[in-house]
Design a binder for this molecule. Sequence first.
Ligand SMILES: Cc1cc2nc3c(=O)[nH]c(=O)nc-3n(C[C@H](O)[C@H](O)[C@H](O)COP(=O)(O)OP(=O)(O)OC[C@H]3O[C@@H](n4cnc5c(N)ncnc54)[C@H](O)[C@@H]3O)c2cc1C
Length: 398
Amino acid sequence: MTDSPRDVVVLGAGIAGAALADHLAKRSLTVTVVDPRTPAAGASGRAAGIVTEQLWNPWDVAVTRESREEYRALAEAKEPEAFLSAPFVRLTSEPSVATALHEAVERLRGWGVAVEELRAEELRRWFPQGRFERLAGAIASDGDACVTPSTITSLYLARARERGVETAFGASVDVPHRSGGMWSVVAGPSHWRARTVVVAAGAWSKRLLRDMGRPLPLTPYRTQAAVLRPPGTTSLGGGASLHDLDTDVYARPEANGRILAGDGTEKFETDPDRFITGADTEFLVHLAGSLGRWVPEWGTSEVVGAWAGVCTATPDRRPCIGALDPESGLYVLTGFNGFGVMRAGGAARRLADLIAAPTSESARAALVPVRPDRFGGRADPFPPKAGFTLEGGSHPRF
Ligand SMILES: Cc1cc2nc3c(=O)[nH]c(=O)nc-3n(C[C@H](O)[C@H](O)[C@H](O)COP(=O)(O)OP(=O)(O)OC[C@H]3O[C@@H](n4cnc5c(N)ncnc54)[C@H](O)[C@@H]3O)c2cc1C
């Protein structure tokens, strides 16, 4: 506990809260990070860690590029195996989706993304055992990466502590309230007063914000992943990630020739305190069928481990980042729609700029596309939308 008021209390020690704490401390603000669990106990400890610039708009691309470079630097200094350069390949057997991919290349290049269209024989560069007879279209972005999200979270927290950030984990956190013009935050026996509170509580943000009297339209939803060991010595070739747009199944390279694969989204709400943490048999069957379409050996992989985690949807699939109530110093960093690893570092830097200078026009402008007040105070229920899709363009599926 600290007697003097803190500048900021961050609620949540996932990758987003950890990155924010680090960026705030860099600006010489006094910061405490509070979490009732351990760091990365939420989605950040269950994510696949794909970081790709094949995204929706220039804001997304800039944020993700910045995140990737931060992760690269963090990992290089302390845990090099937590960052792997890995091109991201999207492919389809459907001609109409191939047209959408072709359009995406022009769009992405316009935003500075290094992306190319590929033929079947070029795909064998990364997937030598692949069977691409049915391929209708494929693209790859060269600058992408895979990270270990729990390690990146730990690295942010370690650096934040070196910069003076206080952390308090493992005690239940009361709903923060205002008293005497300050926020009051209680976790177990500890109590802090703070000028600013940031809700970065992942799937728990919905309940927390509602209990604070500032609800946002957020829907927690369950999504699954598995580590697979293909038979023989096959691996993801030279180390590219793969996303099958026909089935929304993705796979990324893992150590020792394994692959980490997953799919999109359960289309209904999940309680982050009561969800089924293991994977479903149907999910594993779906993975095998989908991966086996392109690389037959992958369809007979051994399942090394499989699990589920809870992500947080918003109605427009954009995150919520910024001031929810600037007068009282209430900010949010949540609603990542299953893409929070790739956005956390760049998003946290932008939010730290705003918290350090709330009236700065440039800091506000940097978060306009994701302003949390864009829903006008409405928090009606809605179903989460599809997961790891190709966004933008005119194809009705995306
Ligand atoms: C299977 C799976 C695969 C994924 N793959 C990818 C991927 O390849 N790429 C990608 O970019 N994203 C991916 N994601 C999404 C990504 O994991 C999330 O978007 C990201 O981790 C969200 O980070 P966060 O810090 O916002 O939330 P979390 O990591 O969920 O952290 C929230 C924290 O808040 C804490 N908390 C809860 N209540 C309170 C409270 N009252 N006070 C304080 N703290 C509280 C929790 O204990 C938790 O530690 C995947 C997710 C899953 C589940």
